[in-house]
Design a protein around this ligand. Structure first.
Ligand SMILES: Nc1ncnc2c1ncn2[C@@H]1O[C@H](COP(=O)(O)OP(=O)(O)OP(=O)(O)O)[C@@H](O)[C@H]1O
Length: 271
């Protein structure tokens, strides 16, 4: 792998409780290469989102990152950044799309205005230049520029999600984190959006951290996959190896639990 964009070492995160602490992430280490599509899978509550929040330093008490944890983004230590550097980090270096992202658009502002707000705040761009850039970004996600004047409620859920992704790409981030980005959408729209992202990262060169519990979907879009179990990263391998020759018992169990239309679990079906 070329120099990694993201390098996580010994990441340990606890949620501090009144009587005891909950160990959400336990000594996790992995890298994501430039342009790589990396999937993080595992059942609900295994710590995936906690890792995503730590990368953008969005975690808040009671989350506590333990000493010895390190996250390097393009070689810079995320945990030592001051407020100004942190502002740079968010959007410009790392952008995040959440599960409910399509509902994160402001309902009373036009799509154009929402692009303008981000571009003006982070780059001081003029309204005219922002309009041109917004049209270009919408095109990337297959939305015609005439939708710039629309309000969120005038767009379908899939379109709103694509608008959010386009806004996330506005400042050319090095890493796009997608935490269950398409779970609320139907499977066809889900697939279209992921295929678009897959192509875009090849064209634009950003890396992706894709989080989901849908392992079958993940294998189709990821280069490598990490499997998490109760806060630990138990297996990391090429997507095809995770599919064809899973090593860890838990990965095998995950596959065995996925039903197929044929009635056989996915692990018994030749792709
Ligand atoms: N603010 C909090 N206080 C206490 N415990 C928390 C807090 N946030 C998360 N947790 C716990 O930490 C664990 C990891 O949560 P996290 O959201 O990272 O899991 P996840 O793998 O992303 O799950 P999901 O797929 O359901 O989003 C869970 O058991 C959760 O209950």
């Amino acid at each position: 792998m070329s120099a990694p964009v993201l390098s996580i070492r010994n990441l340990t995160i606890d949620y501090i409780g009144a009587t005891s602490d909950f160990h959400a992430v336990k000594n996790v280490s992995f890298d994501i290469g430039k342009g790589e599509f990396f999937g993080l899978a595992g059942e609900s509550g295994c710590g995936k989102s906690t890792i995503a929040f730590a990368i953008s330093r969005l975690h808040r008490p009671p989350a506590l990152i333990r000493t010895g944890s390190q996250i390097l983004l393009d070689g810079r230590d995320v945990f030592t950044l001051d407020d100004a550097a942190l502002k740079q980090l968010r959007w410009r270096e790392v952008a995040m799309v959440f599960q409910s992202a399509m509902n994160s658009l402001n309902p009373v502002l036009s799509i154009e205005r929402q692009f303008y707000d981000v571009l003006k705040t982070h780059t001081g761009m003029s309204r005219v230049a922002a309009r041109a850039r917004a049209a270009e970004l919408l095109k990337l996600v297959d939305i015609p520029a005439d939708r710039l004047t629309a309000y969120p409620h005038q767009l379908s859920g899939g379109m709103r999600q694509r608008v959010v992704i386009a806004i996330c790409l506005a400042l050319n981030p090095k890493l796009l984190i997608m935490d269950e980005p398409t779970t609320a959408l139907d499977v066809v729209v889900q697939r279209e959006i992921l295929e678009r992202i897959h192509k875009l990262r090849q064209e634009l060169g950003f890396s992706v951290l894709f989080i989901t519990h849908d392992l079958a979907l993940m294998v189709q879009v990821s280069d490598r996959i990490g499997i998490m179990l109760e806060g630990e990263l138990v297996e990391v391998n090429d997507a095809q190896a995770i599919y064809r020759t899973p090593q860890h018992d838990y990965t095998k169990k995950l596959w065995a639990s996925i039903p197929r239309l044929t009635g056989k679990p996915i692990a018994e079906v030749t792709p």
